[in-house]
Structures are given as structure tokens and as C-alpha cells.
Design a protein around this ligand. Structure first.
Ligand SMILES: Nc1ncnc2c1ncn2[C@@H]1O[C@H](COP(=O)(O)OP(=O)(O)O)[C@@H](O)[C@H]1O
Ligand SMILES: [Mg+2]
Length: 318
């Protein structure tokens, strides 16, 4: 749906996107993660044609963005909704008027507008607030208005640039759940830009990590957290301190057998004791995943690895 190939983008002589290639599939929730200044917003603006790119290819629904005429670009943008950190609502307009705005600009009739806005108000849970002004709303409610406004023209794609960054954790979860509902109910592809790992964990099916305009990690969200590579660990701020005697084995628990008490079973069946160095379980995208580091005696290595391999467990010696 969104195919990006070797995309480069400069501001003057500074390269802000460096050889970026990604394929975002129809219907998925895809996250672009990275620290401030990584180039995330620039990449978003390239996707909706607000920003030019220097070279490489960026196709949305098979169309190369930089080849679109002005008229086609206007039509193309209709198909992409966008939400931002600071909501971008018009203060002197009511909730209803804010949501109605894109349809008014495109010349829809009053009747069509009223029908659509009321449907969307109910989807985002603001039926009772249609005559309120933005300053009478909480942050979460303002973002709901912005989401409704982004959906008025029935887009295929919703771009979210740090949409939950100004919200508290509970409100963030509520907004992310709303985005999930929208993704499922309306089959809208969602691209989320965020610097918060919690956001990625809660909703994204796939994610890429951007650093100084370079992609440094790209995978299913579960894989990214389950088996982070060095760069990802650095980003997550994880350092593993492990004993320097014996053998340290890291065992990954994929979603299906995470609840099996594999370690206890292994200890019992091999009649051995292990030290559990550390372990963690996390909920990622509604699945529980985790990993655990155990420390064993050197002389037990063969036996333990043999057992682990027999059970189809992902592992590594660290
Ligand atoms: N309009 C612009 N002109 C010049 N430099 C810019 C412009 N917009 C962004 N930049 C620079 O490009 C880099 C990436 O910015 P941005 O895409 O906003 O990052 P992020 O959204 O990941 O924080 C930063 O170094 C930023 O200073
Ligand atoms: Mg940004």
C-alpha cells in the first residue's frame, strides 16, 4: 500500500532521510519509532505529499507521489487523514464545526455533512459534545475530535504524528484502543509516529526504528521486543548484566508457550538446579511474550542445550 524504496531527503546539505526502504501493507498498524530529530515527521510529510524528497521512490497505492500534478495531489491527500500531538483544532469553532470542516472545503451538502459528522461523533464517543468548544474539552477529547475530523473524507490511510505524546498514560491507552477499533472496523491502514515504546507495544503489528534518518531495525513488534539487536537494546536502554561464571542462556518465550512452565519442567526432568538471572514478561499487541536468562554450570551445558533444542525453544548463549 505504501512502498518506499531508497528514499533520500535533504534539507539544504543535511541528509535527514538516508536510504529508507519500507513496505507498509494494507490494513496494518505500522509504527515509526525514534528519538526526537530522527526524521520521523519528515518521513510522514513525504508520505502525504506535503514534503518533497530528493531521490528514491515513494508510492502510495501504486502512485509515485512526486509525479502527481497539483490537482492529483489534492485528490490524493483526501485519501490520507492526519492527526498531530497538539490536535490542531480551531478554537472558535464547535466540535461539530471542526469535524465538518474538511467536508465543507470539498463542497459536500449540509445533509451529507450532518450524517457523517454524527456517525463519527458516535464512533469516537463524543455524541454529547457536538456543541462544545475545544477549550471545554480534555486532551483526550480534543484528540477524539481530531480523529473524527481526519476520518470525514473516508481515507484509506491514517497518519498519526505523536498523537498521544501530550496525553497521560490512561488517556493514551484509550486513544490507542480507539485507533485499533478504527483500524479493525473501517479497515484503515494506520502509520503511527512515536518516540514512546509503550505506544508501539500496545498497538503496532510492525515497527521500524529510525535514527538520524537511517532505518536501524525493522520487524514484527513482538520480534523487535523479544529479540532486540544491539541498536534496539540501546534504544530501549537495556543492558544485560550477567554472571561471569558458568554459562548464561537466554530463552525466548514466543506467544504460544509462554505460560508453560518450561524452566520448572526442565529442572525436574533433568534433575538440575538453575539460577534465573533475570526475566521479563511483557504484553505486546495483546500477546504475552518474554525472555529469561538462566545460569548453569559448565558441565551441564550439553545436557541443557540438548533439552532446549528438543523443545523447539528459541535460545542463545550470552
Ligand atoms: N523544514 C526544515 N528545514 C530544515 N531542517 C529541518 C526541517 N524540518 C526538520 N528539519 C531537521 O530534520 C531533522 C529531522 O526532523 P523531524 O523529521 O522533525 O524529526 P522527528 O520528527 O523524528 O523528531 C532534524 O534534524 C530537524 O532539525
Ligand atoms: Mg516529529
Amino acid at each position: 500500500m505504501i512502498n518506499i524504496q531508497k528514499l533520500n531527503k535533504f534539507y539544504n546539505t543535511t541528509k535527514v532521510l538516508d536510504n529508507v526502504s519500507i513496505d507498509i501493507q494494507k490494513g496494518e498498524i505500522f509504527a515509526i519509532v525514534g528519538h526526537s530529530g530522527a526524521g520521523k515527521s519528515t518521513l510522514m510529510r513525504c508520505i502525504n505529499g506535503l514534503e518533497d524528497y530528493s531521490d528514491g521512490s515513494l508510492k502510495v497505492n501504486g502512485k509515485e507521489i512526486k509525479e502527481l500534478s497539483k490537482e492529483n495531489l489534492r485528490e490524493f491527500r483526501k485519501n490520507i487523514g492526519m492527526i498531530f500531538q497538539h490536535f490542531s483544532l480551531i478554537q472558535r469553532k464547535t466540535v461539530f464545526e471542526n469535524i465538518a470542516l474538511p467536508m465543507q472545503l470539498w463542497g459536500y451538502s449540509k445533509k451529507e455533512i450532518s450524517k457523517k459528522v454524527n456517525e463519527l461523533l458516535s464512533l469516537v464517543g463524543l455524541d454529547t459534545k457536538l456543541n462544545a468548544f475545544p477549550n471545554e474539552l480534555s486532551g483526550g477529547q480534543k484528540q477524539r475530535v481530531a480523529i473524527a475530523r481526519a476520518l470525514t473524507l473516508d481515507p484509506d490511510i491514517l497518519l498519526s504524528d505523536e498523537a498521544t505524546s501530550a496525553l497521560d498514560p490512561n488517556t493514551t491507552t484509550a486513544i490507542l484502543n480507539l485507533l485499533k477499533t478504527i483500524n479493525e472496523k473501517l479497515n484503515i491502514t494506520i502509520v503511527l509516529v512515536t518516540h514512546e515504546m509503550e505506544v508501539v507495544k500496545q498497538v503496532a503489528q510492525r515497527a521500524l526504528l529510525l535514527e538520524h534518518g537511517n532505518i536501524i531495525g525493522f520487524d514484527d513488534t513482538e520480534e523487535l521486543f523479544l529479540k532486540p539487536d544491539e541498536k534496539m537494546k540501546e534504544f530501549l536502554g537495556e543492558t544485560e548484566v550477567v554472571p561471569n561464571v558458568g554459562i548464561n542462556i537466554k530463552i525466548y518465550f514466543p506467544k504460544d508457550n509462554v505460560f508453560q512452565s518450561f524452566i520448572t519442567k526442565m529442572a525436574r526432568e533433568l534433575d538440575m538446579d538453575f539460577d534465573i538471572v533475570w526475566g521479563k514478561l511483557e504484553e505486546i499487541n495483546t500477546h504475552i511474550v518474554g525472555n529469561m536468562v538462566i545460569n548453569i554450570k559448565n558441565e551441564h551445558k550439553e545436557k541443557v542445550l540438548h533439552y532446549i533444542k528438543q523443545h523447539n525453544i528459541i535460545w542463545e548463549v550470552i
